[in-house]
Design a protein around this ligand. Structure first.
Ligand code: ZN
Ligand code: ZN
Length: 310
């Protein structure tokens, strides 16, 4: 059969409606910065009741600063009250980010909280936290297992000594331009540690599985569309690393995009056992702006060497 010269009226209507649906969906995504609500909370402090504080509580809980289940104080988890517990969570956030510890949502705190970031929590089950303030190496207490500025996951999970060679694979159909950035990131970690890495084709059998995913993607850690959380990776030996497919990604730093290699360096740090660092220049600092590229810092290298004792 020859190609039809004209589309039927019904296909035209379908096409037009599909076009408008995609335009609408696109503009919806564009305006939806999941951390935008924090902007409207600037100036808030204890004792106030402001719409949006409930969302802030969810944000602080998600990133490890707030646990209403473990508090003996009156519970305000589901409301907009700026209570005692929220103030202490804000202070902990400020401490961990080297901000002035005011307990108030001042402009510096708000702009730091609004930065795109990794989806992994800064404090895991309240048992570890990013080191802040002056460097006190080898500091340990019963509640905190943190050395210098870097941190580890709860229980210090790591790859066993015999497992120093790790294979990685990209999910079938993954954009081809991520291969270079990811392999460079693995090379950087290989040159700073006892680990070696190689890419394999068998996704199911690889130690580390890398994929682009959006929204809910089956690992209990849904992404949130453009901006907000941009990637995550899990502790040893889970070996999963996901980029948020709804972000703009680039090979190398580019305005308005996230550098795939820089983000891979950060997430590989998690795959090897590092938690977040309070050192802003460290690759394990939780937040990153678009257009930025970073390398490993002494803090990152010291962290991994401390974890593996090599
Ligand atoms: Zn992270
Ligand atoms: Zn995921």
């Amino acid at each position: 059969m020859a190609h039809p010269k004209f589309l039927s009226p019904i296909s035209c209507m379908l096409l037009v409606s599909l076009f408008f649906q995609s335009v609408l969906a696109h503009s919806d995504d564009q305006k939806q910065n999941p951390f935008e609500f924090i902007k409207h909370l600037q100036g808030c402090h204890k004792g106030e009741k402001v719409k949006g504080l409930q969302e802030l509580k969810q944000y602080l809980e998600k990133f490890g600063y707030l646990d209403y289940n473990q508090s003996s104080l009156p519970v305000h988890a589901g409301d907009d009250d700026f209570d005692e517990l929220l103030e202490s969570a804000v202070k902990m956030y400020q401490l961990n980010h080297h901000l002035k510890v005011t307990g108030t949502l001042d402009s510096q705190t708000v702009s730091t909280m609004m930065m795109p970031r990794c989806g992994m929590a800064d404090i895991v089950n309240g048992t570890s936290r990013m080191r802040s303030g002056k460097r006190r190496s080898h500091h340990r207490s019963s509640n905190f297992r943190t050395v210098a500025h870097f941190s580890f996951f709860d229980g210090n999970p790591k790859w066993p000594p015999s497992k120093y060679h790790l294979t990685y694979a990209l999910s079938p159909g993954t954009r081809a331009d991520v291969v270079g950035p990811v392999s460079r990131a693995f090379n950087t970690w290989a040159s700073a540690t006892h680990f070696t890495f190689s890419q394999v084709q068998n996704y199911a059998a690889a130690d580390i599985k890398i994929a682009f995913a959006s929204r809910d993607h089956g690992d209990n850690a849904p992404f949130d569309g453009p901006s907000g959380v941009i990637a995550h990776a899990f502790q040893p030996t889970i070996g999963m690393f996901h980029y948020d497919a709804d972000e703009q990604w680039s090979v190398g730093p580019a305005s308005g995009s996230f550098d795939m290699e820089t983000v891979a360096l950060h997430e590989i740090g998690h795959l090897l056992g590092l938690g977040h660092s309070s050192v802003e220049r460290a690759i394990m600092y939780p937040s990153i702006s678009p257009g930025i590229s970073k390398g490993l810092d002494g803090d990152d290298v010291q962290g991994i060497k401390t974890l593996y004792g090599v």
